[in-house]
Design a protein around this ligand. Structure first.
Ligand SMILES: NC(=O)C1=CN([C@@H]2O[C@H](COP(=O)(O)OP(=O)(O)OC[C@H]3O[C@@H](n4cnc5c(N)ncnc54)[C@H](OP(=O)(O)O)[C@@H]3O)[C@@H](O)[C@H]2O)C=CC1
Ligand SMILES: O=C(O)C1=N[C@H](C(=O)O)C[C@H](O)C1
Length: 242
């Protein structure tokens, strides 16, 4: 049996992951929230899953590295500095980082990359995401992943082409950009829509999550896979084989 430790364990995702660990008959090593001791948890878990906050990432990665324990990072709202920390840690331990642990989004990313490549520069790409009123980051980590996939298909990068939100007299849409819009309200678990808008026609590719148990299943599956993986940085593609 694999012993799994949770960073952010009293949060919405942490509680769903603890239930999933029990459902699949693995062992819960315990968890920490703000003020907890990540080092102690990292020392007694076979693998860690982090669904907490970007502000906790440095300490959580340091604890995982110190103990040599693989870690799944599901926390979103990460910036370039966080990604550099993950790269550095992945030189020593196995790290899987993803903004979405579902099979559906892994497949959708592929479809988006392919569509962006095939449709070419005459089609405008806009990404719309909707989440519950308590979500603190925008755009969602998943929207940014889908944006990365679209940018790759277009032969560019999101840092060069992304346009996050619009307000006021912003002018006509610049060609070759990828726009993002975020809706927040109620208890929406997570909806993502990628719109390819061409001359007189539109293609819409999307995904709707009905229950965060979906993400918990993916997180535990990722953790069990990562527990025996060598050092390196991984995505859900490696786990799901899509
Ligand atoms: N990759 C994926 O598939 C998914 C990713 N997510 C992401 O997971 C993260 C958590 O989401 P969710 O569970 O809804 O959020 P919650 O706010 O419900 O939970 C966050 C948890 O993290 C803890 N936490 C916050 N700051 C720290 C810190 N500095 N050190 C340790 N623990 C801390 C909180 O504890 P306290 O109350 O003590 O502050 C809380 O228990 C978000 O970034 C979200 O976007 C969510 C769903 C799916
Ligand atoms: O905060 C959430 O709830 C979610 N966060 C992830 C994201 O930012 O993409 C994944 C999912 O959509 C739910």
């Amino acid at each position: 049996m694999t012993s799994i430790g949770i960073f952010g364990w009293q949060g919405r995702m942490g509680r769903a992951i603890a239930q999933e660990i029990e459902r699949v008959g693995e062992t819960l090593a315990g968890g920490v929230d703000q003020g907890g001791d990540p080092v102690e948890l990292a020392g007694r878990a076979d693998v860690l899953v982090d669904f907490s906050s970007p502000s906790a990432l440095a300490a959580n990665l340091a604890a995982a590295r110190g103990a040599g324990t693989p870690i799944v990072i599901g926390t979103t709202g990460l910036n370039d500095r966080h990604h550099a920390m993950i790269d550095e840690a992945a030189a020593e331990i196995a790290v899987l980082q993803t903004g979405n642990t579902s099979l559906g989004i892994a497949l959708l990313s592929r479809l988006v990359r392919d569509a962006a490549r095939r449709l070419g520069p005459d089609w405008d790409i806009e990404i719309v995401e909707s989440h519950h009123r308590l979500k603190v980051d925008a755009p969602s980590g998943t929207a940014l992943m889908l944006g990365d996939a679209a940018a790759e298909g277009m032969g560019t990068t999101l840092s060069d082409s992304g346009v996050i939100g619009r307000a006021g007299l912003v002018g006509a849409r610049a060609g070759g950009t990828i726009g993002f819009a975020s809706l927040r309200g109620g208890t929406i678990v997570g909806d993502h829509q990628v719109v390819f808008a061409g001359e007189g026609e539109r293609i819409e590719l999307g995904h709707r999550a009905d229950d965060r148990a979906l993400f918990a299943r993916g997180a535990v599956r990722a953790g069990l896979w990562l527990a025996s993986a060598p050092a390196g940085r991984y995505t859900m593609d490696a786990v799901l084989g899509v």
